[in-house]
Design a binder for this molecule. Sequence first.
Ligand SMILES: C[S@@+](CC[C@H](N)C(=O)[O-])C[C@H]1O[C@@H](n2cnc3c(N)ncnc32)[C@H](O)[C@@H]1O
Length: 250
Amino acid sequence: MSARVFLIGAGPGDPDLLTIKAHRLLQSADVILHDSLVDKRILALAADHAELVDVGKRCGKHSATQATINKLLVSYARTGQIIVRLKGGDPMIFGRATEELQCLQAADICCEIIPGITAATAAAASLQHSLTQRGIARSLHFLTGHGAEGGLPKHDWVSLTRTGGTLVIYMGSQTIAGLASHLIEAGMNPAMPAIAVENASLPEQTITIATISTLPNRLSRPTGPTILLIGEAMGNKEEAAVAAAQLVAG
Ligand SMILES: C[S@@+](CC[C@H](N)C(=O)[O-])C[C@H]1O[C@@H](n2cnc3c(N)ncnc32)[C@H](O)[C@@H]1O
């Protein structure tokens, strides 16, 4: 049986960053269940007859509970129409896709997943900083900045300071002060480059360039979705070029 439910990544906001497949499916969907974070210009791609259902998720918070969203998804899917479940960024990164997929599977409903551009790579493109860098950042770590019960998540802070890679923190703008102090207490150099990108890919994008110790004060109460990028690779591009040249010479 071919899929009638499509779990689609809407990307970071700019409609031009949708995949061609996402664009095509949005135009043919009968029902679109979408998060609040999804840009209006993307929703405007829907057919005139399409029913748009805002399930309210925004920055990890949501007005409809996850259980309600799961039930809605299954009941719409049972109508036999083409259903799109549209999530910001990539649906498989901090998108609670597993719960929705499990509910659909339990109801014997097929679902196809269409990946989207995640906030991390959209921010890297805006910054023109690679998230990995030869000799400087050998790994990449996607983290939540928000615990399931609110407040800080229970990360292994010491391990995070020893990765030798770039830390990308989703949903961390409200907890940045706690995140920064845990990382510094765990051994991170207070001068470690740290950048916040708010509304990546959108006209209202704002970039705050700082260090892990100065970012909490420099970041002025962002209202849009904000991603944090921490690590040597976020430092001065000239330094990175010198280090790369030294590697080649060595
Ligand atoms: C619930 S998570 C969803 C992540 C999404 N699935 C993705 O792959 O980008 C929401 C968080 O993603 C980040 N985010 C999403 N869109 C963003 C954007 N355009 N600019 C910066 N951060 C963004 C923010 O950290 C926000 O709090």
